[in-house]
Design a protein around this ligand. Structure first.
Ligand SMILES: Nc1ncnc2c1ncn2[C@@H]1O[C@H](COP(=O)(O)OP(=O)(O)OP(=O)(O)O)[C@@H](O)[C@H]1O
Ligand SMILES: [Mg+2]
Length: 368
């Protein structure tokens, strides 16, 4: 799927913009605070229906406006389609060919996006929340159904937490079934995703780091320590046993203490945990390897690379890793949008057909 004519209206600091995206590389260059990331955020919303960094959808609407809109033509397996997303009153509505969508599957057909921003470089050292977010984003790019599945789990979790705090044991028990079922589905997805990614991460890390580097590994780590083998029913039963054992404590705390919302992704170099032992450079190499693994995996699954959004990444990588990344991108036959404060950093990436835009105060001007 390739995005063509992109239009924004009242999205963050962009009052109105219309730009042609290159089928290969589009570069947005500009000073800090001009709207480069805002445009990536708009494209990410259009491609995934999820906000990239906003914690509330309302943040996306330009100050003083009531409705934000992003729209593009998308060329994919089903021919040319028009995608649009509107944000108003804190909710979003997606449109396919001008009609409100009824089935998410129709909307997502052939559509996938991977974003890489300097924030991702914290992935190795940060707390588990960022890694869970990575897992969930990667899982729903891989299987769009995860978007609804993750929401179902959160809803079941909130309902059970509320029941733990206020209701009788019987009422709590009636909320446990949906929680276990939706949790098991999410656990399975995350586990399957990591099975797919692990060999790709190891390969990319070895390539980035050169000979003699320790092998990179990744594994799903449930906070409860439960084993991840087995069917969804078995996972649900196992988690059910754990929650039953913790019932009294969870009732006291008013909080479900085991499940996907508590788990982590464990990254290792050789037999050591990367979080504690990886050097600064190794952490970056590992994050780069994770992103490349995700892109490679989606490419294999979709039959073509996902849309890539690279937010000012070159300025954060050392020259060797930056060169590796840009050469990787140049080999990839997909569409990418890159932002930079220094256009020269990205010149090696800009092959034939690249388009450059200068970004000033939410306006995008085409430059040769
Ligand atoms: N809802 C909104 N309405 C209007 N302006 C907004 C809104 N949300 C954010 N902004 C403005 O957008 C600007 C930031 O844009 P953005 O994050 O895209 O900058 P950038 O070009 O990526 O800069 P940097 O190079 O520093 O990352 C800020 O000036 C911010 O005040
Ligand atoms: Mg930015």
């Amino acid at each position: 799927m390739r995005l063509a004519e992109l239009q924004l209206q009242d999205f963050r600091n962009v009052e109105q913009a219309q730009l042609t995206l290159s089928p290969r590389t589009t570069v947005l260059a500009g000073e800090n605070g001009q709207g480069k990331t805002n445009l990536l955020e708009a494209v990410y919303l259009l491609a995934t229906l999820r906000p990239l960094r906003a914690s509330r959808l309302a943040e996306l609407v330009r100050f003083g406006a009531t409705r934000a809109r992003v729209e593009a033509a998308a060329d994919g397996p089903g021919g040319l389609r028009r995608l649009a997303v509107e944000v108003a009153d804190g909710t979003r509505q997606a449109y396919l060919d001008g009609k409100p969508i009824e089935r998410l599957d129709d909307y997502f057909q052939g559509l996938a996006a991977v974003c890489f921003s300097p924030d991702d470089l914290l992935l190795v050292k940060s707390g588990p929340e960022l890694r869970r977010r990575f897992l969930d984003r990667a899982a729903w790019s891989r299987w769009p159904a995860v978007l609804a599945e993750a929401r179902d789990y959160l809803r079941a979790l909130r309902a059970r937490n509320a029941a733990l705090r206020t209701e009788s044991r019987e009422v709590e028990e009636s909320f446990r079934g949906p929680l276990l079922r939706t949790a098991a589905r999410l656990l399975r997805r995350r586990h399957d995703l990591l099975e797919e990614l692990a060999p790709r991460v190891a390969r990319a890390f070895a390539e980035i780091s050169g000979p003699g580097a320790p092998p990179a590994g990744l594994r799903y780590r449930p906070a409860s320590g439960m084993p991840m083998a087995g069917t969804e029913e078995e996972l649900a039963a196992r988690l059910g046993e754990i929650l039953a054992l913790r019932l009294e404590r969870d009732r006291e705390k008013g909080y479900t203490s085991a499940g996907p919302h508590m788990d982590d992704l464990s990254l290792s170099l050789g037999d050591r945990g990367a979080r504690t032992f990886a050097s600064q450079g190794q952490q970056r190499a590992l994050v780069l390897a994770l992103k490349i693994a995700e892109i490679d995996n989606l490419t294999a699954v979709l039959g073509r690379p996902p849309l890539l959004l690279l937010d000012d990444v070159s300025s954060e990588l050392d020259p060797a890793k930056n060169r590796y990344l840009l050469e990787y991108l140049a080999r990839l036959p997909g569409q990418a949008i890159l932002t930079t404060t220094d256009r020269h950093l990205l010149e090696p990436a800009a092959g034939p057909g690249a388009l450059f835009y200068e970004v000033v105060r939410g306006r995008f001007t085409h430059r040769e």
